[in-house]
Design a protein around this ligand. Structure first.
Ligand code: NI
Length: 386
């Protein structure tokens, strides 16, 4: 019995691509995935989820998980393809449609061998990755219960087809967001000495924040501070009373991450105080750094080579990925698979190669079976959380 025709995964990907949905609103996407899984008689877990699907194959223990993300972005597509987005202003510009097709294909493959599986494979179709909320929703709904190891992927447009990379330890960054409100004293633009110019104060704070990497923290530690919004004033001849700055901080080291808010408060507060102004910091913690288990990273790379991929060690990245939330609870590994697009992730012209799908299905379906065997035979100490 061959449940999966060679054209099917690309057809799934194109249908998902035509009807992308934003984070938390993946209702039609969820229906499609449920339907495709049910067509193959794959059982769905009755978890309390607004969007997203969790399926399971096999019986008993051990239990491992595969994860795809399913949401799209508020971007108007600039790719002229027959399967271009029909939901105007929404686009699968991060390739989550491709990830979903891969894990659907892997589920179909595993279904073919279900009776011979040495345990269970749970397949998570996770909503809301772009807003960093979906993994937590799935964990709260019980999707990770009893899971002993978890595996996921992101396509990598900068990598050539047939390349797979990952690394043990920190891979993606801690993602934090901040809002900094600077309060001075409004004044007539012609008599600035009668006020406290919040724009001048905030400008110095923006510059000073760039000393956190390399001056406050070692140059050998990864720290990125980006101010992405500077909002002040509403006319030409009035000095505003307040300025609002917003931005993001990216790190890999948790100890450094923890110290950043106090350092920003001290630096910005000190500068403001020197001018008689004040600051207020709002800190919005995002997903933690994605920390791959070294053992599972080695396992994934070895398996990649055996599967015909060029496998290589990845460099750490400063982007975020909410797969990190799962790895906070369960060991596992997240890998990058080359999708050879001329334009990068989140670009309106992003156009990944569909030729990346079939090898990834082979990879994850065989990886899942080998991981079950590995979990069943390894000493628990060798597959522990790091
Ligand atoms: Ni993505």
């Amino acid at each position: 019995m061959n449940l999966l025709s060679p054209d099917q995964p690309v057809a799934w990907r194109r249908e998902l691509h035509q009807y992308p949905e934003l984070s938390g609103e993946e209702f039609a996407t969820t229906e499609r995935i449920r339907h495709w899984l049910q067509q193959a008689d794959i059982r769905l877990l009755p978890l309390a989820l607004k969007t997203g699907v969790v399926a399971e194959l096999g019986q008993g223990a051990p239990l491992i998980a595969l994860r795809a993300d399913i949401d799209a972005l508020p971007i108007t597509e600039a790719v002229d393809r027959p399967w271009a987005s029909r939901n105007h202003g929404v686009m699968h510009a991060c390739g989550h449609d491709l990830h979903t097709a891969v894990m659907l294909g892997a589920a179909y493959r595993l279904k073919q061998q279900e009776a011979a599986l040495p345990g269970r494979v749970r397949v998570l179709f996770q909503p809301a990755e772009e807003t960093f909320t979906g993994a937590q929703q799935l964990i709260a709904a019980g999707a990770l219960d009893d899971v002993q190891a978890i595996f996921g992927m992101h396509n990598a447009p900068e990598l050539s087809l047939g390349t797979l990379e990952t690394r043990g330890g920190a891979f993606y960054a801690n993602v934090d967001r901040f809002v900094l409100r600077v309060t001075g004293k409004g004044a007539h633009a012609a008599r600035p000495h009668e006020g406290i110019d919040a724009i001048v104060v905030a400008s110095q704070i923006v510059t000073a924040l760039q000393t956190l990497p390399g001056r406050t923290f070692s140059a050998l530690e990864s720290v990125v501070v980006s101010v992405t919004r500077f909002t002040a004033g509403n006319t030409w001849n009035v000095l505003p009373q307040t300025v609002e700055l917003e931005g993001t901080v990216r790190t890999h080291n948790t100890a450094i991450r923890t110290r950043i808010p106090e350092k920003i408060r001290a630096l910005a507060g000190g500068i403001a105080a020197g001018f008689g102004a004040s600051v207020e910091l709002e800190w919005l913690a995002g997903p933690p750094a994605l920390i791959n288990s070294p053992e599972w990273a080695d396992f994934a790379l070895r398996h990649a080579t055996e599967s015909g991929y060029r496998s290589q060690q990845a460099a750490p990245m400063m982007g975020g990925e909410d797969f990190a939330e799962y790895l906070h609870h369960v060991p596992g590994v997240f890998v990058s698979i080359g999708s050879a697009s001329d334009y990068g992730l989140h670009h309106p012209a992003f156009d990944p190669s569909e030729a990346a799908i079939a090898p990834a299905i082979d990879y994850f379906s065989s990886l899942a079976q080998q991981a079950l065997q590995q979990v069943a035979t390894e000493q628990p100490a060798n597959i522990r959380m790091v």
